[in-house]
Design a protein around this ligand. Structure first.
Ligand SMILES: [Zn+2]
Length: 85
C-alpha cells in the first residue's frame, strides 16, 4: 500500500511540474538533453515568460512560450528539433 501511495505522489508532482502538458511516453529512462536556448522559444524566438511550456520529446527537452507554438512545433517537430541539436 505504501508503494502505491508513493507512486501516486510521484505522478502528482510530475503533473504539477508539467501543468497541462503531458510528457511524451516514448522517452527513454536516460535524462533528456537540456534545452539549449535558455528562455528563448525555439518556434517564435520570443522570450519565454514564466514557465512557458516544457516537455521532452525524443530525449530532448523543449521549451516553448505558448500553446500556439506548441501547435506549430507539433506540425513539424523534426524541423525544430534540428535547431536544438
Ligand atoms: Zn513561442
Amino acid at each position: 500500500m505504501k508503494k502505491l501511495l508513493a507512486l501516486f505522489a510521484v505522478s502528482t508532482s510530475l503533473a504539477g511540474l508539467t501543468g497541462c502538458i503531458n510528457i511524451e511516453k516514448h522517452t527513454t529512462s536516460t535524462s533528456p538533453r537540456p534545452y539549449p536556448l535558455g528562455d528563448k522559444c525555439v518556434v517564435s524566438g520570443d522570450k519565454i515568460d514564466g514557465n512557458g511550456i516544457r516537455f521532452v520529446t525524443n530525449g530532448q527537452e523543449v521549451r516553448l512560450c505558448c500553446k500556439d507554438c506548441r501547435a506549430e512545433f507539433n506540425k513539424n517537430p523534426g524541423k525544430f528539433l534540428a535547431k536544438l541539436n
